[in-house]
Design a protein around this ligand. Structure first.
Ligand code: TYD
Ligand code: MG
Length: 454
């Protein structure tokens, strides 16, 4: 038998390399290769699951099981992000920074599903059962029929799951579990991968929904859950600004529902509360007539969400002025600054630019271009935008405005929140040139309709 050689594994994509390199050849990420011992094959009989025959039962396309069985938690924000409830036999990864509220969210979710009749088990590798019970009491969930376990050995976890056959399993967190088949420390890439593999297999074979919690660290000392993203059906990220009370659950991959869907929660002393009207919340602290503030009518997943984009422009004392962007794509902001200068003659040279999305939301839609540009120009000219207007539209490099999807939904949401005007691209007309700005007026019934200028 050949002597085992050390290998290097990329924490981003999981690719194996024979030699260390600064950059992963497979995915192009820098500084992600970590040294690891090769996977131990383990003697016969040490296999974690029972031996199985190699027979595969195949069935045809025509069948009765057209829809996956789903269970609703009753928390509308969570159910929407999952794509309409929890799917049996699916694996879900919930990633997020330490301390952002993952354990709280998943304990509340497990309790909600359990009280809807799912047999749920919450296994913590980070806290003792007593601590989890105390947390549950703080959250007012001590009566929920969720069973708790504190364990870090994968073998014991799987033993329990095989014996109990729950319908929902929460593993908090995947970095704390370890498999005795692998000679690497808990949290290393090969451990995380092996643990995820076994738990995903359990989900598929037993028809259970398995939720894996994964910490994301910046330094990459612990394997980020990136390698696990490919193995699961659904990837959710729990995000928010530390000082803020809002938390956003975002679906970045979902085999059973739309990606990019968000659920909005508010942190309270008694746990996470659902925010069913995020637009109202994100706009609630808006200063009405402040220069540099623009209301963007965006779409997050399947629903319209209005947010305030804030810009501050100030003379710079630096050779290359500052461009500080929070919650927006910095590359797009640079492009918009360049387009404003080249196509509209509005220069930002010698000026520091700060941009921010109020409430800690991340806005990545190209449709935000016009609102960003409006906030920038408003800040630069020190002149407030009309307080009753929402703004949206994509800006092309030529300076033209491009139509964006779901204009009607954006306008409807704006109308609901009391806005009476909208600035955006005219809906594309057959034969007509794209790129004419339009101003909308209030139509009957409070909804806004976009009109092209005559
Ligand atoms: P926790 O759920 O433990 O975060 P994570 O599992 O992501 O590391 O939450 C961190 C701390 O914040 C914890 O002490 C509880 C507190 N917290 C609240 O008080 N209210 C809330 O709504 C949430 C989400 C957390
Ligand atoms: Mg936790």
């Amino acid at each position: 038998m050949a002597k085992p050689v050390t290998q290097f594994v990329c924490a981003e994509c999981g690719a194996l390399h024979r030699k260390w390199a600064g950059r992963c050849e497979a995915c192009g990420a820098w500084n992600t290769l970590q040294e690891e011992k090769p996977l131990a094959t383990g003697p016969a009989g040490r296999a974690l699951g029972a031996a199985r025959g190699a027979q595969v039962a195949l069935s045809g396309l025509a069948g009765t099981d057209a829809e996956e069985p789903r269970t609703l938690s009753g928390l509308a924000e969570l159910d929407r992000v999952l794509g309409g409830g929890l799917v049996a036999g699916s694996a879900i990864l919930v990633g997020g920074d330490p301390g952002i509220g993952k354990s709280t969210l998943l304990l509340q979710a497990a309790a909600a599903f359990a009280s809807r009749g799912l047999d749920a088990i919450y296994i913590s590798g980070e806290e003792a059962s007593r601590q989890v019970r105390m947390r549950a009491r703080r959250l007012g969930l001590s009566q929920a029929p969720v069973r708790l376990g504190a364990e870090t050995a994968l073998r014991n976890v799987l033993g329990t799951l095989e014996a109990e056959r729950p319908q929902l399993v929460v593993i908090d967190s995947i970095q704390t579990l370890w498999s005795d088949m692998i000679e690497a420390a808990p949290g290393s890439v090969s451990q995380v991968r092996a643990v995820a593999h076994e738990l995903v297999r359990f989900a598929k074979e037993r028809g259970a929904a398995v939720v894996l919690v994964g910490h994301v660290t910046k330094e990459g000392q612990i394997a980020g859950p990136r390698v696990v993203e490919h193995m699961v059906d659904t990837v959710l990220y729990f995000e928010g600004e530390r000082g803020h009370q809002f938390r956003i659950l975002r679906a970045v991959k979902n085999r059973f529902g739309p990606a990019d869907e968000i659920g909005v929660f508010e942190m309270t002393g008694a746990g996470l509360a659902e925010v069913s009207n995020p637009s109202a919340l994100f706009l609630s602290q808006r200063g009405q007539r402040v220069p540099g503030s623009a209301v963007f009518a965006g779409i997050e997943g399947t629903r319209p969400v209005l947010t305030e984009i804030q810009a501050l422009v100030a003379p710079s004392s630096l050779g290359s002025p500052r461009r500080t962007v929070v919650g927006l794509d910095a590359g797009r902001v640079s492009t918009i600054l360049a387009v404003l200068e080249a196509r509209a003659g509005i220069a930002f040279a010698g000026l520091d630019v700060f941009l921010n999305v109020a409430g800690g939301l991340k806005v990545m839609e190209p449709a935000a271009d016009l609102a960003i540009a409006a906030a920038l120009v408003s800040a630069r000219e020190d002149s407030a935008l009309p307080p009753d207007a929402v703004i949206f539209g994509e800006i092309s490099l030529s300076g033209a405005l491009r139509a964006v999807g779901q204009a009607e939904n954006r306008l409807k949401e704006a109308g609901k929140l009391g806005f009476s005007r909208a600035f955006g691209p005219a809906p594309p007309r057959r034969g007509g040139p794209d790129g004419k700005a339009a101003e909308a007026r209030t139509a009957a019934g409070g909804a806004i309709a976009l009109e092209s200028p005559p």
